[in-house]
Design a protein around this ligand. Structure first.
Ligand SMILES: Cc1cc2nc3c(=O)[nH]c(=O)nc-3n(C[C@H](O)[C@H](O)[C@H](O)COP(=O)(O)OP(=O)(O)OC[C@H]3O[C@@H](n4cnc5c(N)ncnc54)[C@H](O)[C@@H]3O)c2cc1C
Length: 291
């Protein structure tokens, strides 16, 4: 099914993101994660795509298995920068052949080292337009949104122009980058409403597990850290188990506030850590059904 239909039918949609294991780790590892979270009844599960890495084929395989074996709605991430059009079409066809009809269409992360190689589309809006014209009516398409602006775009209004281009090109819903300051998300939602961007906006929530991980993420996406978050990090930096517990509490508090504010959906970045996901889902159990 097209996941956008979930937003019309039910209350807030809670979904998960997983990633394919690295090439030297058996793909079965991720199936352990899926087994451990499948009964939590996520609205959908999305599978990331290594823009330059070797885990590409695994995205299709894992998304297909989510759908076929576990009966879950699967979303395959797809990056337009790293493939030519024929390759992109082959991946889309392969997804359709396996019953996967939801794509999160992205430009893709730039390589950490070396020059950019744009084989296909330099912007996600162009990938979205291409999928719409090459596969009319066959896919539900999600796109990425940045509550604090995309790191490469200094002008927030221009960034919103480009977000609107993605919706006009055919994105059915938006999934946000992670953020730790809910006020930024609330303001972003208001700004989207001001621009008449009215597709569902899903909030990306990332439960913190360790300090190094946060430093890496912040350096990549520039998420701002509110004082209560930095206090938590400083206090528990040398106590990994305590920090992970505080991370669950922090993510829970974020979600409670987001649900209370009437958010369309929550996308939990699981980091393939089912125990963390299960604890957060237990904390918000009853809240999910309130419309
Ligand atoms: C929910 C989510 C999931 C993700 N999953 C993955 C994944 O699986 N694999 C992966 O590699 N990366 C993933 N990413 C990261 C993403 O690929 C990067 O953030 C990337 O830098 C931008 O991708 P985009 O699709 O938002 O790009 P775009 O929407 O194309 O935007 C990229 C930049 O270009 C600017 N821009 C857009 N259009 C134009 C234009 N016409 N002219 C000039 N400038 C323009 C934008 O303002 C922005 O600064 C994910 C991000 C999110 C939020």
């Amino acid at each position: 099914m097209f996941i956008v239909d979930l937003f019309r039918r039910t209350g807030p949609v809670v979904s998960f993101e997983i990633f394919p294991p690295k090439a030297d780790v058996p793909v079965e590892k991720v199936y352990d994660t899926i087994e451990a979270i499948a009964d939590l009844e996520p609205g959908y599960v999305s599978v990331t795509y290594g823009a330059g890495g070797s885990s590409r084929d695994r995205t299709v395989e894992i998304a297909s298995r989510l759908h076929r074996v576990y009966g879950l709605n699967a979303v395959a991430h797809l990056t337009g920068m790293s493939h030519d059009v024929a390759e992109l079409d082959a991946i889309c066809t392969s997804l359709l052949d396996r019953g996967v009809t939801n794509i999160l269409a992205l430009r893709g992360d730039r390589p950490l080292e070396g020059p950019d190689v744009v084989k296909g589309y330099p912007y996600a809006s162009e990938l979205i337009a291409h999928i719409r014209s090459a596969f009319p009516g066959r896919f539900c398409i999600a796109a990425a949104a940045y509550p604090e602006g995309h790191v490469e775009c200094a002008d927030g209004e221009e960034d919103l122009d480009h977000l609107k281009e993605k919706v006009e090109a055919g994105a059915d819903l938006l999934i946000s980058q992670l953020f730790f300051d809910n006020e930024r998300f609330h303001r972003f939602r208001d700004r989207l409403a001001g621009r008449a961007i009215d597709v569902p906006l899903v909030a990306g929530v990332f439960p913190v597990l360790n300090v190094r991980q946060v430093q890496r993420i912040v350096s990549l996406c520039g998420a701002s850290l509110p004082p209560k978050f930095t206090r938590m990090m400083a206090r528990y930096a040398n106590h990994p188990e305590a920090l992970a517990e505080a991370g669950v509490a922090y993510a829970t508090e974020q979600i409670v506030d987001l649900l209370a504010s009437g958010v369309d959906g929550i996308h939990l970045y699981t980091m393939n850590r089912p125990e963390t996901t299960r604890r957060i889902m237990a904390n918000i159990g009853r809240l999910r059904s309130v419309r």
